[in-house]
Design a protein around this ligand. Structure first.
Ligand SMILES: CSC[C@H]1O[C@H](OP(=O)(O)O)[C@H](O)[C@@H]1O
Ligand SMILES: Nc1ncnc2[nH]cnc12
Length: 291
């Protein structure tokens, strides 16, 4: 049995998590560098929580400048078993209005120029990303949203772009024609790294705009995103409070194995592994090494 520890990664506009009891913070460093901010530890009811704002307090870090590996590694070292990421996103569907929460279940990775794996020469691993979101965590988010009367959609595809510029009209239309639901700049490589770290992961994509394709809406800009985020901040807080309040004390084994992908992913022969890389992978390999 593994005790549940829930990580929350806050996105744009979410730099604090109100309602944490026994709040204390700790600056940590990892073999992969510094996370975006100090980790904030606390409790909601009996549930242990670790909060990290991915852009740092004051939104210092750009989507391409975030050290995703350090963030996920720090959360792994803190014992996080289940991770909810909160993200602002643009919508490609007329019915996905600003203010709606999309519990996405697929990602398309169009980022480049980011470090997207803990593994590499000296310790090669290939985890499955067929189903990037942990279904139980997604169900729990849906139940929390329903219990709080928050408008949400269960399922959807989030395309992650590099940014920091928003999309051109041609790109926006192409993503829409491809059938994607929402767009943001941060869920990748976060979701890939969470999978490599054997942390069950789900994203709450908060629709803030219609990107630039909608003939009846202005093209996205930061001011309109922030205005929508501020109008919906209370909903995000209620959703997370409900999720955390009702969270099971024991981590529920993930039906798709998002909490144990390294059972089958490591391919480098033990004698061919690079000791230096193995040191950097320590927190990730403990379980599979029987420690
Ligand atoms: C604030 S405008 C664009 C910015 O907002 C989203 O951030 P996050 O995913 O962390 O909520 C988007 O991905 C961009 O980073
Ligand atoms: N339209 C958009 N494109 C990329 N990232 C976003 N975050 C919020 N809205 C966005």
């Amino acid at each position: 049995m593994t005790k549940s520890i829930v990580g929350i990664i806050g996105g744009s506009g979410v730099y604090h998590l109100p309602g944490l009891a026994d709040l204390h913070e700790k600056s940590v460093s990892t073999p992969w560098g510094e996370p975006s901010d100090a980790l904030r530890f606390g409790k909601v009811g009996a549930t242990e929580v670790v909060f990290l704002p991915r852009h740092g307090r004051g939104h210092r870090l750009s989507p391409s400048g975030i050290n995703y590996r350090a963030n996920i590694y720090a959360l792994k070292e803190a014992g996080v078993t289940d991770l909810v990421s909160v993200s602002a996103c643009g919508s490609f569907k007329a019915e996905l209005n600003p203010g709606l929460f999309v519990l996405v279940d697929q990602f398309v990775d169009r980022t480049f120029g980011r470090q997207s794996s803990f593994f590499g020469n000296g310790c090669v691993a290939h985890v499955s990303m067929a189903h990037p979101v942990a279904p139980r965590l997604q169900e729990r988010l849906a139940a929390a949203a329903a219990a709080e009367g928050i408008g949400y959609v269960n399922g959807g595809t989030y395309v992650a772009m590099e940014g920091p510029q928003f999309s051109s009209l041609a790109e926006s239309r192409a993503y829409q024609a491809a059938g994607f639901d929402v767009i943001g700049m941060t869920a990748m490589p976060e979701a890939k790294l969470a999978r490599e770290a054997e942390i069950s992961y789900a994203t709450v994509a908060m629709v803030t705009d219609f990107d630039c394709w909608h003939p009846e809406h202005d093209d996205v800009d930061v001011a309109s995103i922030i205005a929508t985020l501020q109008a919906n901040a209370g909903k995000a807080e209620r959703l997370l409070a409900r999720l955390l309040q009702d969270f099971p004390a024991e981590h529920e084994p993930c039906p798709i194995g998002s909490d144990r992908p390294l059972d089958t992913a490591l391919i480098t022969a033990p004698e061919a592994r690079d000791p230096e890389l193995l040191k950097k992978l320590d927190a990730l390999l403990k379980r599979v090494n029987g420690q």
